[in-house]
Ligand binder design. Structure first.
Ligand code: GUN
Ligand code: ZN
Length: 429
């Protein structure tokens, strides 16, 4: 099999950095080389040590190469919902998002948008995504098929929703079970694909549908589960009204067996202490969606409090409540959200978070999120001087931390020189 040797500066984390100068958490190599073969990283190290005379050479110097970004929560059928004007979450869902998602009943639209969606991800340096499809099985089918074609790591699931939405967007408990089951049989574990059981949120699922989600979860312990939790005050009040027997919003999901180590809980902004304890006990993963939380005015995610409660937080774009596909822009907004609460998101922790950190949250750090030999060859090449404004800032940079912080605050898809998925470049070379 042909080998490719890539020259660049290399950065990869092997644990979460604890302080702004915790350089021991990362491997940084100024004159680095990465050897890849058939979608796998074979070697990573100093250029003088990693040699392969017959390998094809790609020279990305002086740019910075790191593992591909991992987006742990976004919505495939909301590609054309971004930047929709609404007062808050429930208006935004009813006025824009639900009507738009009804269009995904059309398999031809699903096919066309699946390709565009995955192109947008890789344009922005994202190599793994955990995406909600629409309620239509055909939307998940189209996204799986397109990701399979690209050998891209993707987790998705058809949304289960059977009330409080337009007719064209409601399934039934039985059809949601049957469609999810068929998609799991067809795609889960195939290539780099995985299925996420996806009850949208408590408001759009009847108790009968939650029973169906519980059955699916019990039958497929290795499938992820994804849903929304505690995003907005009106959402919380309506959820608790619809499930009066539950102690609180988190308890609704707990009662249906939906909290476990591979559960991804979008938002988690307004949790009570009891809920934090329940999530931590189950090992469920809160997902911080800063651009969305700011855009919809949902609130400030309290990262430090959840971490102190024993939780491992993921971070994500939440397109199309989120306003950018870029995990760099997500870090920029995340930095500001934490600043407002007297918390700091230093660049080492930031870049760990969107690479290895999210891989850990997904339970996949053995396969993605680092440049370790034996892992999958998903990586990005970044240029912190990609725009004139960035270049001017970089003229005054004092080292790697300044470079990373410039990318974290000012970066977007323009800073992504190249994105490699399973060893293949996905932007024009
Ligand atoms: N809660 C239920 N559905 C959604 C969604 O599509 N986006 C966001 N941000 N929150 C939700
Ligand atoms: Zn969401």
């Amino acid at each position: 099999m042909t080998q490719t040797l890539i020259r660049a500066r290399l950065l990869s984390f092997h644990r979460e950095p604890q302080t702004p100068d915790d350089t021991g958490a990362a491997t940084y190599i100024e004159d680095g080389a990465l050897l890849i073969e058939g979608g796998t990283i074979r070697a990573m190290g100093e250029a003088r040590d990693v040699t392969a005379p017959d390998a094809k050479l790609i020279d990305h110097r002086p740019h910075l190469l790191m593992p591909g970004f991992i987006d742990t929560h976004l919505h495939f059928p909301q590609t054309q919902v971004i930047a929709s004007w609404a007062a808050e979450l429930l208006d935004w869902l009813n006025d824009y998002t639900f009507p738009e998602e009804t269009r995904y009943a059309d398999p031809a639209l699903c096919d066309a948008m699946a390709s565009a969606f995955l192109d947008r991800l890789t344009d922005h340096g994202t190599t793994t995504a955990v995406a909600y499809a629409s309620v239509h099985a055909s939307s998940a089918e189209a996204l799986f098929a397109e990701a399979f074609k690209r050998d891209m790591r993707l987790i998705t699931g058809k949304v289960m929703m059977d009330r409080n939405a337009p007719d064209g967007l409601c399934d039934t408990p039985q059809s949601s079970y049957d469609d999810s089951k068929a998609l799991i049989a067809r795609w889960h574990g195939v290539g780099r694909l995985g299925y996420a059981i996806t009850p949208r949120f408590a408001i759009t699922s009847t108790p009968a549908q939650m029973d169906a989600a519980q059955a699916l979860a019990a039958e497929h312990p290795d499938c992820h589960i994804q849903t929304h939790l505690s995003e907005n005050h009106a959402e919380i009040a309506l959820s608790c009204q619809l499930y009066p027997e539950a102690k609180d919003y988190t308890d609704i999901y707990a009662r249906y067996g939906l909290l476990r180590g591979n559960s991804l809980m979008g938002h988690c902004i307004h949790l009570a202490d009891r809920e934090i304890g329940a999530l931590a006990e189950a090992g469920a993963k809160p997902v911080f969606c800063p651009t969305s939380n700011l855009f919809l005015g949902s609130g400030l995610f309290n990262d430090a409090k959840l971490r102190a409660g024993g939780l491992t937080n993921a971070i994500a774009t939440d397109i199309g409540g989120g306003t950018s596909y870029s995990l760099l822009q997500t870090l920029a907004e995340g930095y500001k959200v934490l600043q407002l609460q007297g918390q700091r998101l230093h660049p080492y922790r930031a870049f760990h978070w969107i690479t290895r950190g999210n891989a850990v949250a997904l339970g996949m750090a053995d396969r993605i999120g680092t440049l370790d030999p034996g892992t999958e060859a998903d990586f990005v090449v970044l240029n912190a001087s990609a725009t004139l404004a960035m270049a001017q800032r970089m003229d005054r940079a004092r080292g790697l931390v300044d470079e990373l912080f410039t990318l974290q605050v000012m970066g977007d898809d323009r800073a992504v020189v190249q994105t490699y998925v399973a060893g293949q470049h996905r932007k024009p070379a």
